[in-house]
Structures are given as structure tokens and as C-alpha cells.
Design a protein. Structure first.
Length: 94
């Protein structure tokens, strides 16, 4: 309902992405996080979650880029740092 009234409502986009991710609908979750990032490109939480989705979908290079951006914007995000390190090791970019 909130997105129908205001398609740029960031909270609704974020929550919809979370719901899709929890339901195992990773592609749809990634789409919501991308929509949110088109409006606010510097949302570190959305970037980190997009990175997780990208990794789950096998887009490891995209995941590394998203997580690097998330960590750059929020250096205290330990979860994103850990995911980034794991992915860098996985793709040989330590």
C-alpha cells in the first residue's frame, strides 16, 4: 500500500527486500534493494543486503563491489566487513 501511494518510499522498499529475502526470493529481494539504491545510492544497509543477494545469486564481483561500497559508507558494519573478506577470498581478491 505504501509503495502504491509513494513508489519512492524507502522504508517500504527496504522492508519488501527483507521480506523477499526471508522468503528465499533472492532475485526479487535484489530488485527491491536496487530500486532503493536508485533513489538513495549511499544507503550502506541496502548495499550490504544487495551484496548478500548478489553473492547468493553467484554474482561475486557485483557482491564485492556492493559490499566494498557498504563498508566505505559504514566502516563499523562488521557483518559487511566479514562478508566482504569471505567473498574476496572466494574470488581471489584478498
Amino acid at each position: 500500500a505504501a509503495l502504491q501511494q509513494n513508489p519512492r518510499f524507502l522504508g517500504a522498499l527496504f522492508n519488501l527486500g527483507i521480506v523477499h529475502r526471508e522468503l528465499g526470493e533472492t532475485t526479487r529481494a535484489a530488485e527491491q534493494f536496487k530500486r532503493l539504491l536508485q533513489i538513495n545510492a549511499e544507503d550502506p544497509c541496502a548495499l550490504a543486503l544487495l551484496g548478500e543477494c548478489q553473492a547468493d545469486l553467484g554474482d561475486f564481483e557485483g557482491a564485492v563491489r556492493s559490499l566494498e561500497d557498504a563498508v566505505r559508507l559504514d566502516p563499523q558494519n562488521r557483518s559487511a566487513q566479514k562478508d566482504l573478506l569471505r567473498l574476496r577470498q572466494q574470488v581471489g581478491r584478498v
